[in-house]
Design a protein around this ligand. Sequence first.
Ligand SMILES: NC(=O)c1ccc[n+]([C@@H]2O[C@H](COP(=O)([O-])OP(=O)(O)OC[C@H]3O[C@@H](n4cnc5c(N)ncnc54)[C@H](OP(=O)(O)O)[C@@H]3O)[C@@H](O)[C@H]2O)c1
Length: 372
Amino acid sequence: MSQRFRVIQWATGSVGTEALKGILLDPRLELVGVKVYADAKQGVDAGSLCGMPETGIRATTSVDEIVGLDADCVSYMPNRARLEDVCALLRSGKNVVCSPFLFYGENLPEADRKRVADACAAGRASVYGTGIHPGFVGMVLPLALSGMSRTIDKVTVQERADWAFYDNPKITFENMRFGSPPEEVSLETCEFLAFNGEIFKDQIVMLARALGATLDDVALHHETRAAEESYDVICGRIEKDTVYAQRFTWKGICGGTERFVIDALWNVGGQYPTDWPKPRDGWTVTLEGEPSLQAHFISLASFENAAERSLAEHTHAADVATAMQVVNSIPALCEAEPGIRGTFELDRVYTGIGMRTVAPRFPRRPRARTGC
Ligand SMILES: NC(=O)c1ccc[n+]([C@@H]2O[C@H](COP(=O)([O-])OP(=O)(O)OC[C@H]3O[C@@H](n4cnc5c(N)ncnc54)[C@H](OP(=O)(O)O)[C@@H]3O)[C@@H](O)[C@H]2O)c1
C-alpha cells in the first residue's frame, strides 16, 4: 500500500475507542495523534487506550498540540461537539469526519455554515458527519436503494429503539433527558434535544439535494410520554411521572407534498405507547416509488452465535458500526473536494480490513505522506 492517510483520533469514549482500534488495524491509515479529555489519559499510549499493543503515539489533552500536528484527517468523536474546534482543525488543513454532528453542514444556521465553509476554504479541507444514525441509515442506505429506483415519491426512515439497552446511561439520562419531568424534556427547555432536532434534519436536507427535490420546509414534531408507575431498567430507573418515551418526527415537504419522513420512536424499558407505530426494532428504510423498496437494518455482535454473546456485546455492536462507518469514510473524504460534503459527494465507503487476516503493523512503517 503506497498511500496511507495520516489520522488523528479525537476522543476515546465508547465509539472513539472502537475507531482508534479500527484506525490502527486499517492498512490504508496511519495513526499520528490522539486527543483525549480525561486527565488520566494524558500521555497514555494509543494502544493501551484500545487494548492493542504499544504504538509510540501518546494521547494529549492539548487542542493546540493536536491542531499543530501534520495529518490528513481527524476522526472526531467527543460527547459534546464544538464548532470552534472543528473549524480550527479545518483551517489547519485537516479533513474532519465526525460522529456527533455536521451530517450535512449546509443545513447549519447561516453564520455557522459560513464559519465552516470559510475554514474549509482556508485549509483546503473537507468535513463530513456520519455514523449509524444519523449517517448510514438515513443517508447512505436510502441513496444505495435509490440505485434500483426509476422514480421516488417518498423516503421514510423509521428508527425503533429501546434506550435501556444503549450502553451509555449519561447520554440516555443526561443528554436525552429520559427520566426527567416532561417540562424539562422539550426542544425549548433542553439544548441537547434541540441540537438533536437539527442533526437528524441534516439528513433530509442532504437527501433532498442528492435526489433532486426542492424542499419548502423540514418540520419537526416532538412528543413525550410520562410513566404511570416507577420502574427499574438495566441502566437506571424511570420514576413515576417522568419521561419514558420520546418521538421525534421530521417531515420534508416539497411543493406541499410530504416527500421525506424520519420517525424516531424511542422508549426506555418495557413500556411503549400503544398509539405509536411499532415497526421492528432497528431501522426500516422505505422508498415508495417505482418500484417500492424496503430494507430493514440491525447490528448485533453475531447473528450465527447470537445466544452465546452477551447483551452488552450486542448493544456495543452499534458503537462499533458507528465507529467503522466514520473510519471507513476517511479515504473517501480525503479524496473529496474541499468544503462541506454530503454522502452523495463522496466515493463509496468500504471496509479497510474486511476479510483480510491483519497483523497489527507494529512497529510503525516509515510514513508515506499522501496529498489530499
Ligand atoms: N451518528 C451516530 O450514529 C452516532 C452513534 C453513537 C454516538 N454518536 C455520537 O458520537 C459521539 C461519541 O459517542 P460515545 O458513545 O463514544 O460518547 P461517550 O462515550 O459518552 O464520550 C465520548 C468522549 O467524549 C470525551 N469528553 C469528555 N468530556 C468532554 C467534554 N467536556 N466535551 C467534549 N467531549 C468530552 C471523552 O473523551 P476521553 O475519554 O478521550 O477523555 C469521552 O470518552 C457522541 O457525540 C455521540 O452523540 C453518534
